[in-house]
Write a protein that binds this ligand. Structure first.
Ligand SMILES: Nc1ncnc2c1ncn2[C@@H]1O[C@H](COP(=O)(O)OP(=O)(O)OP(=O)(O)O)[C@@H](O)[C@H]1O
Length: 322
């Protein structure tokens, strides 16, 4: 069953089309990544999904309800972690969660929310003294308070060190395994690849690529690179390669198999393939590819018109029950 359904959704700001006719679904208990460059429309989409904004056209359903019209019913079942947290700087992390808890129906114990977000050791630290990454974790603790069925995470690990990021990934995986539906935006492609089973890449308000993560990546080629042995030339290789200087690159749908073929060829000739690197396709490759295609298509395109200010961006609200 789809926990989130988005149908031909559009939103513009003073004539500027921030979200343009997008559609996608998120199955219950899965993690979905919304990706794209700065200004692609991810946050606006998130705001439409969480009922902070009203669509101009199209529809959104979260757990079968309209998040704008049925705001209070939807809010009881969702957790939201937005980009710009507004905390009281003189409260401790523990007090912040405690206060938020009072406004959250059926909330889990504050200590549990702090523990899940990896903030137990900072419970007595004032918000103003928390690092950027710790503030993100506090925001996550608030979003998790109401034991939400659906969790919206807008760039959840920005500012976190690699270890903290991995800890958050574990929290997200465990939640999804327990049936929570998670929609996240991120600029860390590895994060999306690690967590999400489905993705949508947005550009200029539109979804330019979407679907199953594994299938999307499987459709891309990987590559094998190595130093061409000095006694050889590209024409002798068993697979087509491009050679720059002495660096040979072989593109292949199955780069492991290509590497085996190349190593077999080299060993038959008593050669070594120095600097051999095998790379399967990654989201990063996909992004670079989309950006390159975009640059090419933009070369002759007319300039983009300017648009309104961001002044009507709604102020922060927080976790479940906000
Ligand atoms: N309230 C607003 N008023 C006018 N323009 C806005 C408003 N909110 C967003 N925009 C514009 O809409 C576009 C999409 O913004 P949005 O914040 O949704 O992008 P994003 O993909 O989340 O970007 P980022 O990765 O930088 O957070 C941007 O060009 C932005 O300047």
């Amino acid at each position: 069953m789809a926990a989130i359904q988005v149908n031909h959704l559009s939103k513009s700001y003073g004539g500027f089309q921030a979200v343009n006719d997008i559609s996608f679904e998120v199955e219950a208990g899965t993690v979905f990544a919304l990706l794209g460059r700065n200004g692609a429309g991810k946050t606006t989409t998130m705001e439409l999904l969480t009922g902070f904004q009203k669509p101009d056209a199209g529809s959104v359903r979260v757990l079968g309800l309209d998040p704008f019209k049925d705001r209070s019913r939807v809010r009881g079942n969702v957790g939201i972690m937005v980009q710009e947290a507004g905390f009281f700087p003189d409260l401790t992390a523990g007090q912040t969660v405690g206060i938020w808890r009072d406004f959250t129906p059926a909330a889990r114990p504050a200590s549990e929310a702090l523990e899940l977000a990896g903030l137990t050791a900072k419970a007595k630290t004032k918000v103003r003294q928390l690092s950027g990454g710790e503030k993100r974790r506090l925001d996550l603790a608030l979003a998790l308070l109401g034991e939400p069925d659906v969790l919206f995470l807008d760039e959840p690990t920005t500012g976190m060190d690699p270890e903290a990021r991995r800890n958050i990934w574990k929290v997200v995986r465990d939640l999804a395994a327990g049936g929570t539906t998670v929609l996240l935006t991120t600029h860390y492609l590895e994060e999306a690849q690690q967590l999400a089973t489905n993705l949508a890449i947005m550009d200029r308000g539109e979804i330019v690529l979407g679907g199953d993560m594994a299938e999307t990546l499987a459709a891309r080629v990987g590559q094998v690179s190595f130093e061409l042995p000095s006694v050889s030339h590209a024409g002798e290789l068993p697979l087509p390669a491009t050679v720059r200087g002495r660096l040979a690159v072989v593109k292949a749908a199955d780069p492991d198999l290509a590497a085996q073929t190349l190593l077999g060829w080299a060993s038959e000739r008593g050669l070594r393939l120095r600097g051999l690197e095998v790379r399967t396709a990654s989201l990063e490759d996909l992004f670079l590819e989309l950006a390159r295609n975009d640059e090419m298509s933009q070369t002759n395109a007319p300039a983009r018109s300017d648009h309104g200010t961001r002044s009507d961006r709604p102020a922060r609200s927080g976790g479940a029950g906000a």
